[in-house]
Design a protein around this ligand. Structure first.
Ligand SMILES: C[S@@+](CC[C@H](N)C(=O)[O-])C[C@H]1O[C@@H](n2cnc3c(N)ncnc32)[C@H](O)[C@@H]1O
Length: 406
């Protein structure tokens, strides 16, 4: 097994001869430009670090690889360089073009290397029929961030205006003007409302965790309750999503008292919804879509669909599940986000979404981040100066899912 640098560094390894894959990854900070020296185009606000993509591919990747939200093609390039075939799907034409230029560039740069084939297609990750029924052996990607339009400018001209204004302001009140690159980073993914990163409603997943069979595990496990739990999970996964109320008469292992939470005998319910209960057009369309895909569910009437970030990402993960071969990995790189002074736990929500779709959680890795954006840094400095203990986010998650064998 290959252990890429940065995935094995830990004091416990120092004395040991064998390398050990650890759950906190730490790739040395390298200047973003030198790290991407073999990329021709880099005009994207949320690129993955090439070393991270490479490590994920080396550990979990298997050709052919799919990146359903490919951006400017970091996963595709790194896969090619490792001799794997890769296909990317990306919503924005401007990124598709850059990804394909990057692919061509790498081909020219390394004519004698045993490169894999790669291509980026313009498409929508919510409908991967563009892959023509081809199944893949790994899915690796980082999704767009929620509501990325909020601080965006809609054109190059506006970005330059922002840049010039900051020079004027610096002259007037002092301080440093923002750089051109920083002003351009406000261009975001694009202005299309269909880009999932631009959806302004987040949505919510209410998840009441399943019964935990702690007592019987203490006694040796394998009790009737754990079997019932297994069955419930299967039943839940067969239904795939929606509102569940899978009732099982689980035995009460802690005591017979009603107040003991461990004795609650309903398996739980998962409600996948948006904050708004509205019978509007988008709700009806989403409901119809859902019924076509997963069949009619009598609980469905209680679910509110609308266009939310989580709702649309649910469709993306469902499609990834469909095109991935059983027993293979899907790896999602995601970080928690801050909105209105609070944290949106996107990592945890992504895990729940993927479980709803049917994936199993294989592993959770934390990757150290070294390059906060100017805005994140300023925000953390300002907030902490006011005495508010909100941390500067310096980690992201590498969530490793497995499609079960059946
Ligand atoms: C975090 S970025 C991926 C960056 C990429 N890993 C790279 O290094 O270049 C997420 C991408 O998802 C794209 N995206 C948003 N909605 C999409 C959709 N419905 N289908 C496909 N791609 C979409 C965005 O345009 C954005 O480029």
């Amino acid at each position: 097994m290959i252990f890429p640098n940065g995935t094995t560094e830990h004091p416990i390894n120092k004395s040991g001869k064998k390398k050990l894959l650890v759950s906190v990854w730490d790739f040395k900070p390298v200047h973003p430009q030198s790290e991407r020296s073999y990329y021709l185009c880099n005009d994207h606000p949320a690129k993955m670090r090439p070393c991270l993509a490479r490590a994920i591919l080396q550990i979990y990747g298997e050709s052919p690889v799919l990146d359903p939200m490919a951006g400017i093609g970091t996963t595709l390039i790194e896969a090619m360089l490792l001799g794997m075939d890769a296909v990317g799907v990306e919503f924005e034409k401007k990124f598709v073009d850059q990804a394909n230029k990057n692919i061509e560039h790498v081909r020219k740069l390394f004519p004698n290397k045993n490169l894999g084939n790669a291509i980026c297609i313009k498409g929508d990750a919510r409908d991967l029929s563009c892959l023509n029924n081809q199944r893949v052996n790994s899915v690796i990607f980082s999704p767009p961030y929620f509501n990325s339009m909020r601080s965006q400018v809609s054109s190059e001209k506006e970005a330059m205006k922002k840049y010039l204004n900051s020079i004027k302001q610096a002259k007037r009140v002092g301080g440093k003007p923002i750089s051109k690159a920083l002003a351009r980073s406000n261009l975001g993914y694009g202005t299309s409302k269909d880009n999932i990163g631009n959806i302004t409603k987040f949505g919510s997943i209410l998840f009441s965790p399943p019964y935990f069979d702690a007592l019987s595990i203490n006694k040796g496990g394998g009790s009737k309750s754990s079997i019932l739990y297994e069955e419930s999970t299967q039943e839940l996964q067969m239904k795939r999503s929606g509102l569940f109320a899978v009732k099982k008469n689980l035995p009460a292992p802690y005591s017979s008292k009603n107040g003991n939470i461990g004795n609650i005998s309903e398996f739980g319910s998962i409600i996948f919804n948006t904050p708004l209960r509205e019978a509007n057009r988008s709700y009806r369309i989403a409901k119809k879509d859902y019924e076509e895909k997963f069949g009619k569910d009598e609980n469905l009437k209680d679910i509110c669909f609308g266009r939310t970030y989580l709702g649309e990402m649910f469709k993306v993960y469902s499609e990834c599940y469909r095109v991935l071969k059983p027993n293979k990995f899907m790896v999602v790189v995601v970080k928690d986000i801050r909105r209105k002074g609070l944290t949106i736990p996107l990592g945890a929500d992504t895990i729940k979404l993927c479980q709803l779709v049917g994936f199993e959680v294989f592993d959770i890795v934390v990757n150290k981040m070294y390059f906060p954006s100017f805005w994140q840094l300023t925000h953390a400095q300002k907030t902490q100066a006011k005495g508010i203990p909100m941390t500067l986010r310096t980690h992201e998650y590498v969530l490793v899912f497995k499609k079960p064998s059946r």
